[in-house]
Design a protein around this ligand. Structure first.
Ligand SMILES: *Cc1c(COP(=O)(O)O)cnc(C)c1O
Length: 410
């Protein structure tokens, strides 16, 4: 038997059927007509946003990194809940505008922006987080060519990292941003070239469950933003302090307590350098806002044994929920939380089962030697924490199965 991550504690059942947003899992499948299905409960997202606002200093902006989940109905709702969207491609920019987020509240990060993407961004009046000197040169030239002043911020590769992060994106040699020791010179040069300089974007890491590590990184980020702004000699309109709030996906993980982060950030902002006195500050989050709101429902097609081991084969798999198979940014494969949706209140069977997807590859493993109640063909498997980096972060075309259904509740 191998342990699985903790099922979020608010999930309950009615007559054994898992409830999602107050609705039975099987009736949700009936509603869309088939499995596999991602269900997103907007009530959970709203509660998470409230937790953020309650814990964080007044006036701190909350940005949503839409790559975590760009499902259009969800984006439309998010546009009213958060203060800005962070996009990372021309495609995401179009989705953000479609969701009617105000262009001035959209920022565009990510390496390898093409000239046509820069042009769309400058034309729309969104902020480009510059990833390099070369990109700055191209953005200025594109602005010149279309006769529009570009809004440019400088993404900084910080000279520190967010300790204990699931994904490191700063500190050391990185393809993201420009190194801290060249950032002020880049900001100065775009200001001198006539661009509308928007400030700093400093993102040190992701998927972190240690509040003190996040506090430390935020303090270092604020100190770096002060130092860089002093070197430029101009107050940045916005300092994007990054994000990094993680989710408890795996055995032994505990939910991140964000209250001490808010208290420490409040103190740090109170003591900030004079040059940042009138600046705005933002935190950008993806998975923390939407991850727990999603459940992936997939149906058991076959149950078989091999050399004494039981395999439960479902009609979904890594082509929809790559992260649960352990092949999205993790080094060691561990089990995401899962349950049998239509036997949610049943005790586990004595022996473990391995839940595999329908793809003909050994890496399509959704639950390795997990404890589940006795199952039969047709039962529904629920994979939790499926609201972020699911449908849009998985190789949907691999092996030619249909795309998953998606449904927003609430
Ligand atoms: C991916 C990304 C995020 C979101 O990360 P999460 O771990 O989902 O919160 C935020 N900012 C940037 C720059 C990113 O690349």
């Amino acid at each position: 038997m191998k342990p699985m991550g903790p099922i979020p504690p608010w999930f309950t059942s009615e007559e054994g059927m898992l409830l999602i947003g107050g609705c039975g899992a099987a009736s949700l499948v009936d509603e869309v007509g088939d499995t596999p299905l991602f269900v997103y409960d907007m009530g959970i997202v709203e509660a998470q946003v409230r937790r953020f606002r309650d814990a964080m200093p007044d006036g701190l902006h909350l940005h949503y990194a839409i790559k975590a989940n760009p499902f259009a109905p969800l984006l439309t709702r998010m546009a009213h809940l958060v203060d800005g969207f962070d996009v990372a491609s021309g495609g995401e920019l179009a989705m953000a505008l479609e969701a009617e987020m105000a262009p001035a509240q959209i920022s565009f990060a990510g390496p390898g922006k093409r000239n046509d993407e820069l042009s769309e961004a400058i034309f729309a009046g969104i902020t480009i987080n510059l990833e390099s000197e070369g990109e700055a040169r191209r953005a200025l030239a594109v602005g010149e060519a279309i006769g529009k002043t570009p809004r440019l911020a400088v993404r900084v590769n910080p000279d520190f990292d967010l300790k204990g992060s699931g994904m490191r994106m700063g500190g050391g040699a990185r393809p993201f941003g420009v190194d801290a020791d060249r950032a002020a010179a880049l900001a100065r040069s775009v200001i001198d070239a006539g661009a509308d300089w928007q400030g700093w974007h400093i993102f040190a890491g992701s998927q972190n469950l240690d509040p003190m590590a996040i506090v430390e990184a935020q303090a270092a980020t604020l100190a770096l933003a002060t130092r860089l702004s002093d070197a430029v000699g101009k107050a940045p309109p916005l300092v994007n302090l990054g994000g990094g709030f993680g989710l408890p996906y795996f055995p032994g993980d505990e939910r991140l307590d964000i209250r001490p982060i808010g208290v420490a950030l409040d103190t740090a902002l109170d003591g900030r350098g004079d040059i940042l006195a009138d600046s705005h500050f933002a935190i950008e989050l993806g998975r923390w806002l939407v991850g727990e709101a999603g459940v992936y429902l997939t149906r058991i097609i076959d149950i078989k044994t091999s050399q004494g081991e039981t395999f439960v084969v479902v009609d979904g798999g890594l082509h929809h929920q790559l992260a649960a198979s352990g092949n999205f940014g993790t080094v060691v494969r561990r089990n995401y939380p899962m349950a049998v949706a239509n036997r949610f209140d049943h005790d586990p069977a004595p022996g473990p089962v391995t839940v595999v997807g329908c793809l003909c590859t050994p890496i399509d493993r959704l639950g390795d030697k997990v404890a589940l109640p006795p199952v039969v063909e047709g039962d529904l498997i629920a994979l939790f924490l499926a609201g972020a980096y699911g449908a849009s972060a998985s190789p949907v075309a691999f092996l030619g199965h249909p795309a998953p259904h998606e449904l927003l509740l609430g």
